[in-house]
Design a protein around this ligand. Structure first.
Ligand code: IPM
Ligand code: MG
Length: 362
């Protein structure tokens, strides 16, 4: 069995570096528990990549990603780079990594930790027991479609445009991921589209329906995205796996994160045929960077997904979730999930507490 691994570490910008430091603590504990040898290769991406080399995704960083068994990423972006050309914005690093590494399947689990039931803005009974998974297509759709741009027409009027495009094979491969993962969960897939308005997503619905004939054990339903946004706050427990396009998945996963108490709680895995990347779903939150206010749990939980999907070790993910639940159960909270009667801790202290609980698990 393989025991040596290379992990690319891209802290990025804003709170990225602080949350990644905590996640690495956790990774190292598991490394020694399992007797593995994990080489960590750190490199700049995003604003940090731009500052270091003039490009948000330096070739050297992409190379490190391609030589890795998995990439751990913090977050990218910040006000400092908001005015530079689109092609050089920090976000391009993320999109470049996704497309260059072929990471077409983005898994975003939204599970509520029992200790956080009262941290959700929704009523306890609405979210208690919540466990859903957003399977977001990540390398196609309107995020990558051509043509795109901002141009001036003959009459001198400027207009901007993007293209929503999906091929049959792109829809099929992401649908397979959703059906396969539903088999290991509660056997339900809800495909989310806007088939009443957008041809490309009507086509999406047809392809998903066609593929479903190979998955007769899975219960498939379809929902328009506006209805899904509403159902997620009305009755989120009706969902098991939500399968959807790149942009709808971006939006719905932020919404789903709030059901669990905070966007600071949601990890993610982006998977392709050859490579994989793990990151919290939150952004770089420049306003709170360096203030010990960031919640490191989403990144810590992403380490669990890294072990599960890239290193083929199932247990660390369970251990990490257990350790997080224990720490939350002690009444300890970062600012984003703080509530009356709880004790607020900083980013580092939260990481240390999870590390201490993890050390206790045999
Ligand atoms: C996400 C983020 C990214 C996206 C941004 C930062 C490019 O919002 O991972 O959800 O839109 O995909
Ligand atoms: Mg997003």
């Amino acid at each position: 069995m393989k025991t040596e691994f290379n992990i690319a570490v891209f802290p990025g910008d804003g709170i990225g570096p602080e949350v990644v430091v905590e996640a690495i603590k956790i990774l190292k504990i598991i490394e020694s528990k399992l007797g593995l040898k994990i080489m960590l290769n750190e490199a700049p991406v995003g604003g940090a990549g731009y500052e270091a080399t003039g490009h948000p995704l330096p070739d050297a960083s992409l190379d490190i990603a391609k030589k890795s068994d998995g990439v751990l990423l913090g977050a990218v972006g910040g006000p400092k780079w908001e005015t530079i050309d689109f092609s050089l914005r920090p976000e391009r690093a993320l999109l470049g990594l996704r497309s260059n590494l072929g990471l077409y399947a983005n898994l975003r689990p939204a599970r509520i930790f029992p200790a956080l039931l009262d941290a959700s803005t929704l009523k306890r009974e609405v979210v208690e027991g919540l466990d859903l998974l957003v399977v977001r297509e990540l390398t196609g759709g309107i995020y990558f479609g051509e043509p795109r741009g901002v141009v001036t027409n003959d009459k001198g009027e400027r207009y901007g445009f993007n293209t929503l495009v999906y091929s049959e094979s792109e829809i099929e491969r992401i649908s397979k991921v959703a059906f396969d993962v539903a088999r290991k969960r509660n056997g339900k897939v809800c495909s989310v589209d806007k088939a009443n308005v957008l041809e490309a997503t009507g086509f999406w619905r047809d392809i998903v329906t066609g593929l479903h004939s190979q998955y007769s054990d899975i219960e498939l339903s379809h929902m328009y995205v506006d209805n899904c946004a509403m159902q997620l706050v009305r009755n989120p427990k009706q969902f098991d796996v939500i399968l959807t396009t790149n942009m709808f998945g971006d939006i719905l996963s932020d919404e789903a994160s709030m059901l669990t108490g905070s966007i600071g709680m949601l990890p993610s895995a982006s998977l392709g045929e050859k490579y994989a990347m793990y990151e919290p779903i939150h952004g770089s939150a420049p306003d709170i960077a360096g203030k010990e206010l960031a919640n490191p749990l989403a990144t810590i939980l992403s380490v669990g997904m890294l072990f599960k999907y890239s290193l083929e070790k199932e247990e660390p993910n369970i251990w990490i979730e257990e350790a997080v639940e224990k720490v939350l159960g002690q009444g300890v909270r970062t600012a984003d999930i703080m509530s009356d009667g709880m004790k607020q801790v900083g980013t580092k202290e939260m990481g240390d507490l999870v590390a201490a609980e993890l050390e206790k698990i045999n």
